[in-house]
Design a protein around this ligand. Structure first.
Ligand SMILES: [Ca+2]
Ligand SMILES: [Ca+2]
Length: 477
């Protein structure tokens, strides 16, 4: 989009006239001359940015194109100085109305403004780009298969039909938005879950305002306000005594927070957003450029980190004009969800069945990709243990995820969900952390499998270790 060209002033020159006379003189040998060429004998006689022209018995200097003489003289001999012409200031509107002018020594550059392009390769005129004509494939047009692209001078915007949105980003494709997910019959009908119902109600209003602006447009709430409200209400729910023992409510809450971030995230204007409350620590990263992101993606907070590839965040569908990933650590949920281990079946050791407990914070990892049940590339989650303890004969760590009801969990729907190890493998563990590799996204935690201590075993030399285990085990009973 660069147009680069120099000024070409009309060439009316006494110097050149003199040169012609000189040539004419020489050709017709009218006057014998002993010609001295000052230009050859004194290279640089005219100074910088000037050309030297030899004349009969003399010479003269002329500034190069793009320069002017200090005293605006078209020619000079010894006492001149050629300076850059600041075309951007001195020649009004030299680049036209739709370009930026940038001066340089001896030249200048015109750069078309965003949304404009040079009319043709040699033109200095910048004209509007018709972005709507750029979609080479109908399904990958700038506004997506469902959007209508409207060109404007210097810009364009996408109009989304009812039920679709581009999350307030006028120039991104329209994605379908299903607002019914922000309804939870349990939360809506039951008083103890009032806080959860309020979260869902707010998000449903926001969703409808995006998906059906003709009916609900006046209810649009800014993404930062929504995000603050989401996590403040979440903290209220988690702090409430009414719900702290309800697996159903916690399971609904985990889903609601994930769905809400997926709704609010694309509306955020910052690349990175952090939000801390008494109950949660959240990091959200959003990519909103016209080209999809690639390469590694990493999110870290106090108790967990997520390593993935941006391709996982986008998924295999058409790029919707944004991608996001988020990591939410729940500060106290591990005590509320320290149950529902029926699906965990680790092998017995010495005929002893292990008992289980959560040994990290509960962490939700999510991306904008709507299909995260079977990821092409696994994500890596590193989870901090609740306390430092190495694996041993009595203790082993397992990576588990929260399998919400409705995800094919036979006979468990009424209980909200359960912990499962499917699709998650333990990569490594040390005393303080366990690294997990998972091929789907959800909420995760490190599960400690505790094998009953053989009290007759005199080989144990780590008394502290044994005490810790005994203590922990007693807590479980
Ligand atoms: Ca210049
Ligand atoms: Ca345009």
């Amino acid at each position: 989009m660069y147009a680069e060209y120099g000024q070409k002033a009309p060439f009316v020159s006494v110097c050149v006239m003199a040169l012609w006379l000189s040539v004419w003189n020489f050709s017709f040998k009218m006057v014998p001359v002993t010609e001295e060429d000052e230009c050859e004998q004194n290279v640089g006689i005219c100074g910088n940015h000037a050309m030297c022209i030899n004349t009969p018995g003399s010479f003269c200097c002329k500034c190069m194109p793009g320069y002017k003489e200090l005293k605006n003289r078209p020619e000079f001999t010894y006492d001149g100085q050629c300076l850059d012409i600041n075309e951007c200031l001195e020649i009004g509107n030299i680049c036209g109305p739709n370009a930026d002018c940038s001066n340089s020594i001896g030249n200048y550059t015109c750069t078309c403004l965003s949304g404009y392009t040079k009319q043709d390769a040699t033109s200095h005129t910048c004209i509007d780009i018709d972005e709507c004509a750029d979609g080479t494939k109908p399904n990958e047009g700038v506004c997506g298969i469902n959007g209508t692209c409207i060109n404007s001078i210097g810009g364009f915007w996408c109009e989304c039909p009812t039920g679709f949105t581009n999350y307030g980003n006028e120039r991104t494709p329209c994605s379908e938005l299903k607002c019914d997910q922000f309804e939870d019959p349990v939360a809506a009908s039951s008083q103890p879950y009032g806080g959860l119902a309020e979260i869902l109600s707010q998000l449903k209003s926001s969703c409808l305002a995006l998906a059906r602006p003709d009916q609900y447009g006046n209810k649009t709430t800014g993404p930062t306000v929504l995000l603050n409200s989401l996590f403040d209400l979440t903290a209220d729910v988690l702090s409430s005594n009414n719900t702290c023992d309800s697996v159903v409510a916690m399971s609904s809450l985990l889903s609601a927070v994930e769905d809400s971030i997926k709704l609010i995230g694309p509306q955020l204007t910052e690349d990175q957003t952090s939000k801390n409350t008494s109950q949660t620590e959240t990091k959200i990263t959003v990519w909103k450029k016209t080209t999809p992101p690639s390469g590694p993606l990493r999110l870290t907070n106090t108790n967990a980190s997520l390593e993935a590839d941006w391709s996982t965040a986008i998924g295999n569908g058409n790029y919707p004009g944004f991608a996001l990933a988020a990591l939410v650590s729940y500060k106290n949920l591990e005590t509320m969800l320290n149950q529902s281990f029926e699906q965990i079946t680790l092998p017995e050791k010495n005929d002893r069945k292990p008992s289980y407990q959560l040994f990290s914070k509960v962490v939700s990892a999510l991306v904008s990709n709507p299909d995260t049940q079977h990821l092409d590339k696994p994500v890596i989650l590193t989870l901090r243990h609740l306390e430092e303890l190495k694996e041993s004969a009595e203790v082993s760590y397992t990576c588990a995820y929260w399998k919400a009801a409705g995800g094919g969990l036979q006979g468990k729907e009424e209980e909200g969900g359960a912990w499962s190890t499917r699709g998650c493998t333990q990569v490594s563990s040390n005393a303080s952390h366990t690294v997990c590799s998972c091929t789907h996204l959800s909420s995760f935690a490190v599960l400690m499998a505790l094998y009953p201590i053989n009290v007759r075993n005199p080989g144990s030399t780590n008394h502290n270790h044994t005490n810790t285990l005994t203590h922990t085990h007693n807590d479980l009973i």
